[in-house]
Design a protein around this ligand. Structure first.
Ligand SMILES: C[S@@+](CC[C@H](N)C(=O)[O-])C[C@H]1O[C@@H](n2cnc3c(N)ncnc32)[C@H](O)[C@@H]1O
Length: 211
């Protein structure tokens, strides 16, 4: 990431709404306790997720790839009072941190954390969702998308993270994971059931609206 881009991201963050204290603490603890803290969404994209969720005011949110729970708690900010959020994570070692911060948030009774492989867990979920955040195994993005598509209501939004893959969609298109990401982006673009926009926010966010 160039110095100018980093400074612009800092500027954008400083001029965006403040984040709740428990998210500041969660970000710090993620840096101390995990090997790859860069996976965490972070303050700027977190505010975007929160704002999108508040615009939709969903009763059902699905997240695939919880990590330490940062994006989950940002998305939950837009839930209606009777709304629920399902989030899926394969790494059980993350349990203590996820539970700690979900409990500190105002949304603990609305969030269910499912531990296991996303494709298997998805078979057990039958709810309807107005907002979905795809952020787990990059190789499986198309499978996640197709698996959940019928459970997304018309007008609902699917967000897919890391769709620029550190710029490798341009700089290293032959890299295996990059090819999967690129294939996913082309899959969405050619899907007549949706309209979408790819934004260069953080590592790239594909915002997809089901018609
Ligand atoms: C990029 S991180 C998610 C970051 C989180 N959404 C956030 O923004 O704070 C991806 C997460 O997906 C999880 N994951 C990877 N493969 C998975 C799978 N097959 N099923 C469920 N979770 C998976 C990883 O363990 C990791 O915690």
């Amino acid at each position: 990431m160039s110095l100018l881009y980093e400074k612009l991201e800092d500027y954008c963050t400083l001029n965006s709404s403040h984040i709740p204290d428990y998210l500041v603490d969660l970000e710090r603890e993620t840096h101390i306790k995990t090997l790859n803290p860069r996976m965490l969404t972070g303050p700027l994209q977190g505010r975007l997720l929160s704002l999108i969720s508040k615009m939709i005011q969903p009763t059902g949110i699905l997240e695939i790839g919880t990590f330490t729970g940062y994006s989950c708690l940002c998305l939950a900010e837009g839930l209606q009072k009777n709304g629920i959020l399902d989030t899926i994570e394969i790494n059980e070692e993350l349990k203590p941190v996820i539970y700690k911060y979900v409990s500190k948030s105002p949304f603990s009774t609305q969030i269910t954390i499912h531990f296991g492989d996303a494709m298997k867990i998805l078979e057990t979920l039958s709810g309807k969702y107005q907002l979905v955040f795809i952020d787990a195994a990059k190789e499986d993005y198309i499978d996640y998308y197709e698996r959940i598509f019928d459970q997304v209501e018309s007008g609902g939004i699917i967000l897919a993270d890391n769709v620029l893959w550190s710029g490798k969609v341009i700089s290293d298109p032959q890299d295996e994971t990059t090819r999967c990401i690129h294939k996913f982006n082309r899959h969405v673009l050619s899907d007549k059931r949706v309209e979408n926009v790819v934004l260069p926010v953080r590592d790239g966010l594909n915002i997809i609206r089901k018609k």
